[in-house]
Design a protein around this ligand. Structure first.
Ligand code: ATR
Length: 280
């Protein structure tokens, strides 16, 4: 019998997840279908119960449900619990188990981009302190990164993010305002932009001017629409290596697919599909 998977969120019609997962199932000769389901906030609990009742095998969770879904799951993986958000749910022995593959997806892309020994010792600055920053911060620490600082418009929110971490004792993270970060950029080897600033249609905005960034810094932006944000263009002009959010999107999907099927999918094909769909 065909297995059914999906993604729940609101809005959901622009999700690229059906594209990549349906391709991966077909590519692996797995008889399964992946659909996008529009679920309103007030219907979340009902939706999860309904999905279980009809035997949906696994699903992704996106805005605005990543945090709210936790109480409705049977079990939550420790990293997802630490992050406080779930983006992937797996049905196992009639139980729904929640995982977070956003952060580890980002880290996989980062390691592939940098491919240097001891990358974990590089000095990293995350810009932002929202849900995406949380997933990336905790995943970097879980992967052994030891020098991760945070800069955010609201410094208090960055402080709160760090103080909730059980990894905090292993990590001496500094928190900065955006203006302070701007003055300190030359000390970083890796910058990770996680805010929504610069996302289409506000493509002329950047959270930092990057005036003081070092040449050859590795600069990541998790946005992929546009492909190259203002932030990345400014970094490129300073001679930095630049990377957009397509890898994070593809790898979070690949880890989800692996949780559901045990198979690591062809991520190069997934990247091409996403780039083609976005008109690149
Ligand atoms: P997500 O879950 O996608 O990360 P979020 O939790 O709403 O979204 O977080 C958005 C991030 O973008 C935050 O770091 C936010 O800064 P504040 O915590 O100070 O609100 C940041 N952000 C949003 N708009 C911004 C702007 N115009 N300038 C600077 N930072 C901005």
């Amino acid at each position: 019998m065909e297995k059914v998977y999906g993604v729940i969120g609101n809005p959901i019609s622009h999700s690229l997840s059906p594209l990549i997962h349906n391709h991966c199932f077909a590519n692996e000769n797995i008889v399964a279908a992946y659909h996008a389901f529009l679920v309103k906030k007030e219907n979340l609990s009902l939706a999860v119960r309904g999905m279980k009742a009809i035997g949906i095998h696994g699903f992704n969770v996106t805005i605005p449900h990543k945090e709210a879904i936790i109480p409705y799951l049977d079990k939550v993986d420790p990293l997802a619990k630490e992050i406080g958000a779930v983006n992937t749910v797996v049905l196992r022995n009639d139980s729904y188990i929640g995982y977070n593959t956003d952060g580890i997806g980002f880290v996989r892309g980062l390691k592939e981009a940098i491919q240097k020994e001891k990358v974990e010792q590089k000095k990293v600055l995350i810009i932002g302190a929202g849900g995406a920053a949380r997933a990336i911060y905790y995943s970097l620490l879980a992967e052994g990164f030891t020098n991760v600082d945070l800069a955010n418009r609201s410094v208090e929110r960055a402080r709160q993010l760090i103080s909730g971490s059980t990894y905090a004792s292993r990590n001496f993270s500094n928190t900065y305002s955006l203006a302070e970060a701007e003055e300190n950029l030359e000390q970083y080897d890796i910058l990770i932009q996680t805010t929504s600033v610069g996302m289409s249609p506000r493509t002329e905005e950047s959270p930092l001017t990057l005036e003081k960034v070092k040449k050859y810094t590795y600069v990541f932006d998790i946005i992929y629409n546009p492909f190259e944000t203002k932030f990345l263009t400014l970094a490129k002009e300073k001679g930095c290596h630049i990377y957009n959010g397509i890898d994070m999107f593809v790898y979070q999907g690949a880890y989800a697919f692996q949780l559901w099927t045990g198979i690591w999918p062809d991520t190069e094909v997934m990247k091409k599909l996403v780039i083609n769909r976005l008109g690149g």
